[in-house]
Design a protein around this ligand. Structure first.
Ligand code: NAD
Length: 353
């Protein structure tokens, strides 16, 4: 179990199966008045349940949250917020729903309560990515972090197994890149290793019994640790590649992270051997990239970009895009190296430095 109290900051973070039923108390303690509940269309029933739990504090439900926070959806949600006289939002869902809550807060100062239902980690970060006319921009502002985060293991127990695995790899990618981040620090490194160890231990247990709430809570603790480091230190090649592929080819977010992670790790391993050495204790293997690839395979994760509909012909353009703007990475980025990496990830071949 992670030492969360010790690491807690300006956020109230609480864990517990069924803790969503205390959402009203938490909203009250955070100074919320009237609360608009946010969900995706797929999770609108959950929104109804949360509105019921909030009782008289509920100011309605807006169920149109979408991937990459399109600004037209935010505009529609804002008019609901105003019509309902709400001063706060409760986002129950994954990164898309929590992103909408941040976008509303950016424009209105609304208080945010987040109940994550995936492991993506947006609830821990001051980061918001928004899309307008297909162009994604990212901003970071400490005010964007939700004031309250409630991790209810029952809410991730509904995640289908395949999404459980890919969402967990999305989270683990934050921790892996935090280990070799330019601005890394001792606390973030320890948190990254704790987060990775939590997933390494609990994911096989979750797959054996997806309704095991104690294993599910352990994965949420991992998600909290990995999301927290995402908000603290800079990311590098892996995140750049995933954003490039996701943006240009409209690929699913978590699956792309899952496939790319072992390959980005292999690329960077020679330049970050010391920083990555503690992964030996987490995965019990010397080669961290191979360990990550084996772990993904053992969980039945997607392993090849070609299975996401990427064609071999896309790869050169992706390599060019990913190497266009210089950015910090522990190992020098070369177009040739990235092309080779992408070809291996496309074919589902093992990672190689
Ligand atoms: P998501 O929020 O897009 O959800 C994907 C789908 O799964 C949705 O239909 C959702 O309703 C459904 N779903 C979510 N939880 C479920 C559950 N428990 N059971 C059944 N279905 C469920 O997915 P995501 O991967 O969590 O978020 C991706 C988005 O978050 C991307 O836009 C990404 O850029 C963003 N993100 C932002 C940050 C940040 O710090 N700003 C961090 C990570 C991700």
């Amino acid at each position: 179990m992670l030492d969360i109290d010790h690491l807690a900051s300006d956020q109230t973070v609480a864990f517990g199966a069924g803790i969503r039923r205390k959402a009203r108390d938490h909203a009250d303690a955070a100074g919320c008045g009237r609360v608009l509940v946010l969900t995706t269309p797929h999770q609108s029933d959950l929104g109804l349940e949360l509105a019921e739990i909030l009782g008289p504090m509920a100011a309605g439900i807006f169920s149109k949250a979408a991937m990459h926070t399109p600004t037209d959806v935010t505009a529609e949600a804002l008019s609901h917020l105003q019509d309902a006289g709400a001063d706060s939002v409760l986002s129950v869902g994954g990164g898309s729903t929590i992103g909408l809550g941040k976008a509303i807060s950016l424009r209105t100062g609304a208080r945010q309560i987040a109940l994550p239902t995936t492991y993506a980690g947006s609830e821990c970060t001051p980061i918001l990515g928004q899309t307008e006319n297909g162009v994604k921009t990212t901003i970071s502002d400490p005010k964007l972090r939700p004031q309250v985060v409630l991790y209810d293991a029952e809410l991730v127990a509904t995640l289908p197994v395949e999404m459980t695995v890919t969402s967990a790899f999305n989270a683990m990618a934050h921790a892996v890149e935090a280990l070799y981040a330019k601005d890394r620090n001792e606390a973030a490194t320890q948190l990254s290793l704790d987060g990775l160890a939590a997933f390494r231990r609990a994911l096989p247990e979750v797959l054996a019994d997806p309704t095991d709430l104690s294993a599910r809570q352990a994965t949420q603790e991992g998600a909290w640790a990995c999301g927290t480091v995402l908000g603290q230190v800079g990311m590098a090649l892996h995140h750049k590649l995933c954003h490039t592929l996701g943006g240009a080819l409209n690929l699913p977010h978590a699956e792309t992270h899952t496939i790319i992670l072992p390959h980005a790790l292999a690329y960077n391993a020679p330049a970050a051997a010391e920083e990555l050495a503690p992964l030996r204790d987490v995965f019990g293997q010397d080669d961290p990239a191979r360990a990550m690839w084996d772990f993904a395979a053992s969980l039945g994760a997607p392993m090849a970009l070609k299975d996401l509909g990427v064609t071999e012909g896309d790869l050169d353009r992706m390599a060019d895009l990913a190497t266009q703007n210089p950015y910090w990475n522990p190992r020098k980025i070369t177009a040739e190296g990235i092309r080779a990496l992408l070809h291996r990830a496309w074919a589902g071949r093992p990672p190689q430095a």
